[in-house]
Each structure stands twice: as structure tokens, then as C-alpha cells.
Design a protein around this ligand. Sequence first.
Ligand SMILES: *Cc1c(COP(=O)(O)O)cnc(C)c1O
Length: 388
Amino acid sequence: MSSIIEKDKQYVANTYARFPLEIVSGKGSYLYTADGKKYIDMGTGIGVSAFGLCDDEWKSAVIDQLNKVQHTSNLYYTSPCADLAELLCKKTGMKKVFFSNSGAESNECAIKVARQYGIENKGQEYTTIITLKNSFHGRTITTLSATGQDVFHAKFKPLTSGFVHATANDLQSVVDLVNSHKVCGILIECVQGEGGVIALDKAFVQGIEKICQENDIIFMVDEVQTGNGRTGELYGYMNYGVSPDVITTAKGLGGGLPIGCCMMNEKTEKVLSFGDHGSTYGGNPVCASGAISVIERLTPEFLANVKQKSQYIFETLNGAKGIESVSGMGLMIGIKTQKDAKTVVGECINRGVVCLTAKDKVRLLPALNIPMEDLKFAIETIKQVCAE
Ligand SMILES: *Cc1c(COP(=O)(O)O)cnc(C)c1O
């Protein structure tokens, strides 16, 4: 075992089951490890490095800002923060953006917006938020409570109260909860990521939007993983023909630096006012500059290319030997394999391809600009490992 791996095991909190790879550098869709090996990166640090590693355009946006000023706090104005907010609003039709540093914090903001809206517009007791079973919304105590998976809850009770969980693609289960609770908001992932890369049905998502409109409930989408081009649209909800009141995102937004945000529409933009929320790092100019370069590159032509790559993956893996099903959308892919998913991922690493898992599936979140030949090599490798 390398000395770095030993040191990490000794001093870093014991919360991660790491793969035995010590990564020292990366370029585009290639990862390089301390022992001099090269790998194709099909995980992008869990959907973060949207344009791959050390991408030149992203890097120069970041370095240019680093040479000006690295941090100011939110007591002052900086152009990257304002420019990024404008860009996001123009591209989504939303009206205001709150910046945070992670996905969980973006969802914390959304939860505050929904509760404050409910209390101010519907009554003191309207604080319940509906999420879905098998969802994932983060690791803070409140976003854990929002997460509809008991495995994450067991050790951390008491959790934040006021969260109830409906069944995905079962609209009646949502209606029942709306009728039995004082609901201020509904929060969903259009494609459940950690839950196994499962896209919700269009009729279900549209049904939720309608229920929200009819009951004056805040319709919130968690786009932490599905956002920023990942599904082949700028945001995942855009595949569903709906208009959320609140959108949260993070992961790919910063292209590798920590930034998240909560976007609000005309219904919710005025809910938060001075002092209601804040973040010391939120909207950091270096992270925001990286994010601007990511969002500016997600043009319709670029996104059409993401969809083509997606189609290639589905066509190549669907029905292949040892593969039971392929799920997901865009470059967010779940593969149900006959072999244990962890075994497949381990064998792919042996052959120079790094993949992720989600529940019992192999999960792929490659760079959105992964070159076709590298994508082909990775997909053929996975196909071969599954077939053996
Ligand atoms: C990753 C993820 C989160 C949590 O994001 P962090 O940056 O780890 O806090 C929340 N929601 C979804 C859908 C995610 O995939």
C-alpha cells in the first residue's frame, strides 16, 4: 500500500470506502495515478467535472479570477456572482438566485423558501414538505430528513420533522399526503441519481406540477445531479415540460469547484429578504467564474451532442450479454448488470476505466465533452466485463 493511502487511512475520517487509486493528475477524460497508470474517467468526481479534468477553457476562467481576487464575502459586490446569476436567470426564466457551496446547502435554501412561503401565505402550520421514497437530497440533518431512504436515517435520529415521503410515479400517494398534511412544498429529482439512476415518468412530474398549482404548494426540483447539461437539456426538468417554482443545483455547476445555487421564480423570488439566509463562501468569485464558463458552453448544439452520446450508450448496452437494463437520461446512466455492480466496477478499473455505482447498478457520469473514441473504449470495456 502506498504511503499516501496509509496516511489517509490513519488520519482522514473513516466515512468513505475509497477505491485503491491515488490520483495525481488529470486531463480531459483521463485520470493519472501515482503508479503511472492512465484511466478513462466515467465518473467525473460524481458528476462534477462537467468538462473533464483541467479543461483549458474552464481553467483560464478560474485562473483569471484568481489573479484578481479570490474571496470577498457577501458584504460586497463582485461581477462573477452577478454575471452568473444573470446568466442562470436568462437561461431558465427564473428571477433570483441564492448561491451556496454544495448540493445539500442549495436544498436547505429551497426548504427555507418553501416553509417561509407556507407560513406567510397559508398559515403557521403549513410547513410539511413532500419528497419521494428512494430520493437523495443531501447529508445535513435536514436534507437527510428530506431524503426518502431509511438507510440514511437510522443512526441520526431525531431528524428534522416535517418531511413525508410519497411513492415515485404514484400520483395518488402524493394526493393522499397533500390531503392529510399541511403541505408547503414538494421536492423531487426528475431522475433519481443516488437511488439508482431512475427517470420519473413524465405524467407523474406533470401531475405534481398540477397538484402544486391547485393547492398553492411550492414545486421544487433538485437538479444537483441532473442539472447543468447532464441529462442533455440544461436542467433535467426541461425534459418534462414543467416550470418549477424553485430549482436547486450544484455538482456540475462549478466544473470542479464547490458552488451550488437555489433559483427562485416570480412566485418565490420575494420570499427571502435581508437576514433570512446567508453563506460566507456563497457566490465566491473564483467558483462563480468557473461556473460561468460551464454554463456558457452548454449551447443547444453542445447539448444535442450530449444526447447523441447518450443514444450511443443506450444502443450499445441495451440487450448486451450480462446486462439486464440501462436506465437514466443524457450522460447520467445506470446499468443493471447480472454480475454484482461493485465486481464490474473493480474489473473495469483493472482495464483502465473508472466507473461509479448507485445502489445495485453501475453508474456512469462521464464528462459532457468526452471524446467519442474514449467513450467507445469505456463502453466496450464495460460491455466485455459484463459478458464474461
Ligand atoms: C449529490 C446530491 C446532493 C448533495 O450534494 P452535496 O454537494 O454532496 O451536498 C443533493 N441532491 C442530489 C440529487 C444529489 O445528487
